[in-house]
Design a binder for this molecule. Structure first.
Ligand SMILES: [Zn+2]
Length: 346
């Protein structure tokens, strides 16, 4: 039964009974709009748990389709989804609406960039980090500071995870903590160090509760902490960042948003996958024509968001409606470019 303001009191009775959330908090949640950037492991977990918690609206941005190696930790997706080849953001919308038909989901099959971030994220109340790379996190951090929109950083490698809620002008931001993105190869990634699904669940759970606290204005305004754990070592730490938040950095106190002024890389190697993403053109491709072209290499999987085909044994080319390409089966950008020019002619 819905109350006069719109949420189902019976459904959320246990949450409302938790006095620090209460009916007022539940009402705020039902009116809130969160964006999830990246719908992989952390994005799946946070999208699902925010939906179950009764969030009103979710914007979901993801550039990719699910792969077999995603299934141990990307909880929204199934074997059938891998076979069907639909984009993660589109599958997420369907699955989340199966969980709660009242949630509004706005899916974007896009790669978040300095060019499109204002269009995609200006109207949201909070941004949840589901990305796998620091370049996108620094972009989100700058945008958050400029637009005064809180965001919740989350990272997981192996059995270790970390979470930090950023409230611009109040807490420390990502750049206060890490002045520059780590140089490529200097940190372990989920490619090199692996990742455990259980650690994803913990980080996703903490990100979800931080997000809910922000949305119902429950977080003490001076709180600035980094939560770090290692499930294998059974260690849990909350690191006090108040000394950083007092002074801030050039992003959160100095109006210097260098990451919003950089353009996209022309190619990037995708973390956790044997794959390279390319941007050969700014124009939207004609997917129908590309499907015809690729059909001479083998079976083509075609839907309104992308066209995909195995063009040689172990090498798959996916062409997306926004002009991006992902070549799976190689980590060599120049080999990926040559495969694309031979098969798609871009
Ligand atoms: Zn800062």
């Amino acid at each position: 039964m819905h109350n006069e303001t719109g949420f189902d009191e019976m459904r959320f009775v246990r949450q409302i009974r938790y006095h620090r959330l209460g009916a007022i908090g539940q009402q705020k949640l039902s009116e809130a709009h969160a964006a999830i950037v990246g719908c992989g492991a952390l994005g799946s977990t946070t999208a699902m748990s925010l939906t179950r918690a009764g969030i009103g609206r979710l914007t979901i941005i993801d550039r990719d389709v699910p792969e077999w190696s995603n299934l141990p930790r990307q909880f929204l997706f199934t074997e059938k989804d891998v076979c069907d080849g639909l984009p993660k953001a589109i599958i997420a919308e369907k699955r989340l609406k199966e969980i709660d038909r009242n949630v509004q989901v706005i899916p974007h099959v896009r790669d978040l960039s300095a060019h499109n971030i204002s269009d995609l994220l200006s109207s949201v109340d909070v941004i949840v980090d589901g990305t796998d790379n620091f370049e996108t996190r620094f972009l989100v951090n700058d945008f958050s500071c400029r637009e005064n929109i809180p965001w919740v950083y989350g990272g997981v490698i192996g059995a270790e995870g970390r979470v930090m809620a950023v409230i611009p002008g109040t807490t420390a931001c990502l750049r206060c903590l890490i002045p520059e993105p780590p140089a490529p190869g200097s940190l372990p990634t989920c490619d090199t160090a692996g990742v455990l699904g259980a650690a994803v669940m913990v980080v996703g759970g903490v990100q979800t509760s931080e997000t809910i606290k922000i949305l119902v204005n429950a977080a003490p305004p001076t709180e600035s902490t980094l939560f770090v754990f290692d499930l294998w070592d059974s260690t849990w730490k909350t690191i006090d960042l108040r000394s950083l938040s007092k002074t801030g950095c050039t992003s959160c106190r100095g109006n210097d948003y260098q990451w919003l002024n950089t353009s996209n890389n022309q190619s990037s190697i995708l973390c956790g996958q044997d794959a390279v993403q390319l941007y050969p053109t700014q124009r939207a491709p004609n997917l129908r024509n590309i499907a015809k072209q690729l059909s001479c290499f083998g079976n083509v999987n075609e839907n309104p968001w992308l066209v995909r085909a195995e063009v040689e044994p172990g090498i798959t080319v996916s062409v997306f409606a926004d002009g991006r390409l992902i070549v799976t089966g190689t980590r060599d950008p120049s080999r990926a470019r040559s495969i694309v020019s031979k098969t798609v002619g871009m």
